[in-house]
Structures are given as structure tokens and as C-alpha cells.
Design a protein around this ligand. Structure first.
Ligand code: NAD
Ligand code: SER
Length: 316
């Protein structure tokens, strides 16, 4: 068997996919990276693109065979806020998409899978702070319910068929290269664009709603890191807790004001604040650090400075 790796990123137009495809291309060569999504990307990409729904198993199989795909990064999903508006569609996409990919691995059509879970597997009955790997998981959103079921499916396919599936529970992700697609933590991306463009932002979370968050650069580091770790180092096949930052909108506002002293924020919490209320405030990720050497690079002020620098240049 050839040792050549070929990567398929499903959901490549999304917040994470936009960044991950480029980082994989830079690391492994763009000719070895295929992105796929429901529609072609808005801007020209260096990687190969195939239009496909993850729910179209036959077309997906043809793409995997055509490009000799070895590793699949499955990012297509309905996130928390969008999921609450589309319960059945969220379940269908988040679970059946995953089942298709797990079955391709079972049938030896691919070798390795990355599938992200979320802090949304935790719920109102989970302790709020320093949440342990095996804390209570009783999610209060269909998104969290589907992620918890997905974690169990990954673990089941690993134990029964030896599938090499790897997963992390991402916190809310913040970056400047892409826009988010319907989550509860999207405020922390929007706020930067509005601070630069208008000097004002209306926030849909309460000012004291603390959540686990992470800079996109660290999330990509973790994603490529867990996929590159030796097989035997991955001891948890449900999904790893992952942590770097936790803050509330007021704390983020204060940090942004160090760059834009006249920045104004108005707090108008909506239903997304209730979703966030059910999630933890901070996460314990000792297992990821111990098993495969996870370590974040960015603290809050480094992240804020980096985003403002890059976005300001972009808007010039
Ligand atoms: P996103 O909504 O920004 O992107 C999802 C992409 O999937 C979109 O480009 C969409 O067009 C595509 N898609 C939707 N239906 C599809 C289908 N049937 N077939 C193929 N593509 C389809 O999401 P994201 O923020 O990039 O999240 C990616 C993954 O990471 C998801 O599983 C999400 O649950 C998880 N996650 C994200 C965050 C975060 O803060 N962004 C946090 C925790 C977990
Ligand atoms: N950032 C995600 C959301 O808000 C959490 O998984 O839905």
C-alpha cells in the first residue's frame, strides 16, 4: 500500500474548513487536499474542490475513489443555534453524515477520520468549571444530543471494527479568516468585524456569559496534532476535552477597548443566551495534554491583537 496521504475536508467552505484546507495544503501539498461542500467556494482556492453533499453516499464514494482519499475531516454539521430551528435536519446531517464516513472506513475505503464534537455535549447538570473528561453529559440542545450520539458511534466503530477515528470537543472558535455558520459563540467573531467597521456592536449574549473559547490557530493546531499522533496515543475514542481560553463578552469588550478606546457594545441577549447558559464555563483538558501532547499557544490578549492586526489589514 502507498504511504501517500490524500485528505478530504467535508464542509470546506465553513468557518473551520476554510482555514483547515489551507493549513493542510501548506503542510502536505495542495495537490493532496480535496475540499467538498454543497456549493463551490466564493473565492478561488489552491486545493481541489468537489461539490457534494455528505448525505449523497454514492457521489462521496466516487470522490474518495477518484482522489485516493486516505484521511477524511468531516466538518459538515448544523451548529447549535441553527440546529434548534431545524431539529430533524440537524439530526440527519450530524448523524447520517458521520455514519457514511464511518462505514467507508469499515469497508476499507479510507484509513482515518477526524470528526469534531463540542462542549455542547455538556448540559445544565454538568458542573460549570474545570469540567472533567468524564463529567455528566446531559445536553439540552439537539446539537449537543447529536454530538453525544456521534461520540458514541465513533467509540462503537473503533471498538467493534478497529476504525481509526479521532475527535476533540472544540470550544467556541474565533478567527479572522472565515465567518461562523449558526453557532452560539459566533458573537466573538462578529464583534471584531463590527469594532473595526462601525465601532459598535450589539451582543446577543449577556455580558457575564462566560464560555470556553479558543483561537482558530490553536484549534487547527489541535486538529492536525491529534490526526498526526501515533495510533496508540489516542486512548479516548469518544472525544477529547480541549481547552485554552474562557471569557465573557464583557472581558472581550475590555480587551478590544485596549485597541479601540471608543468601541461601544450594547447587550441584547436573545435565545442563544439560554443555549449558552446550559454550557460549562471552563474545561479540563488534562487527558489531551497527557495522551497526545496538546498545548495551546494563544492567551486572550495575544489572540485579540492578532485578530485586530489581520482584520484591520484586510479591511484597508
Ligand atoms: P460551519 O457551519 O461554519 O460550516 C459547515 C459547512 O458544512 C458549511 O460550509 C456548509 O455549507 C457545509 N455543509 C452543510 N451541509 C452539508 C452537506 N450536507 N454536505 C456537505 N457540506 C455541508 O461549521 P464550522 O464552524 O466550520 O464547524 C465544523 C465542525 O466543527 C462542526 O461539526 C461543528 O459542530 C464543529 N464545531 C465547531 C465549533 C465552532 O465554534 N465553529 C465549535 C465546536 C464544534
Ligand atoms: N461554537 C459552537 C456553537 O456555538 C459550539 O459547538 O454552536
Amino acid at each position: 500500500m502507498s504511504s501517500q496521504k490524500n485528505f478530504l475536508v467535508i464542509g470546506s467552505n465553513g468557518q473551520i474548513g476554510t482555514v483547515l484546507t489551507n493549513r493542510l495544503g501548506e503542510k502536505y501539498g495542495f495537490e493532496n487536499v480535496v475540499g467538498s461542500d454543497l456549493r463551490p467556494p466564493e473565492n478561488q482556492t489552491k486545493f481541489i474542490f468537489e461539490e457534494c453533499s455528505v448525505l449523497d453516499k454514492d457521489r462521496l464514494e466516487k470522490i474518495i475513489s477518484k482522489h485516493n482519499i486516505t484521511d477524511v475531516y468531516l466538518l459538515a454539521a448544523y451548529l447549535s443555534a441553527k440546529g434548534e430551528q431545524n431539529i430533524e435536519k440537524a439530526w440527519d446531517l450530524n448523524i447520517n453524515g458521520l455514519l457514511h464516513i464511518l462505514n467507508f472506513a469499515k469497508d476499507k475505503k479510507i484509513q482515518k477520520i477526524f470528526w469534531p464534537s463540542s462542549i455542547a455535549v455538556f448540559g445544565p447538570t454538568t458542573p460549570k468549571n474545570n469540567v472533567e473528561q468524564n463529567a455528566i453529559t446531559e445536553p439540552a440542545t439537539i446539537y449537543g444530543v447529536s454530538k453525544l450520539a456521534g461520540e458514541s458511534l465513533c467509540n462503537y466503530y473503533h471498538n467493534k471494527f478497529g476504525i481509526d477515528v479521532r475527535s476533540i470537543r472544540y470550544p467556541g472558535l474565533i478567527g479572522w479568516e472565515s465567518m461562523p455558520g449558526g453557532g452560539t459563540t459566533d458573537y466573538a467573531v462578529d464583534i471584531f468585524h463590527e469594532a473595526i467597521k462601525n465601532g459598535e456592536y450589539t451582543c446577543f449574549l449577556s455580558e457575564d456569559r462566560t464560555l470556553p473559547m479558543m483561537y482558530m490557530n490553536d484549534a487547527i493546531k489541535a486538529t492536525i496534532g491529534i490526526m498526526g499522533a501515533p495510533f496508540e496515543k489516542i486512548k479516548i475514542r469518544t472525544s477529547y476535552n480541549l481547552s485554552s481560553l474562557h471569557f465573557n463578552p464583557k472581558q472581550l469588550e475590555k480587551e478590544i477597548k485596549k485597541h479601540f478606546e471608543h468601541f461601544k457594545i450594547i447587550y441584547k441577549p436573545d435565545e442563544r443566551d439560554q443555549l449558552a447558559k446550559g454550557w460549562p464555563e471552563s474545561i479540563n483538558d488534562d487527558c489531551a495534554r497527557k495522551d497526545w501532547g496538546w498545548e495551546p499557544n494563544f492567551n486572550l490578549s495575544q489572540m485579540v491583537s492578532d485578530i485586530i492586526l489581520n482584520l484591520t489589514n484586510r479591511y484597508k
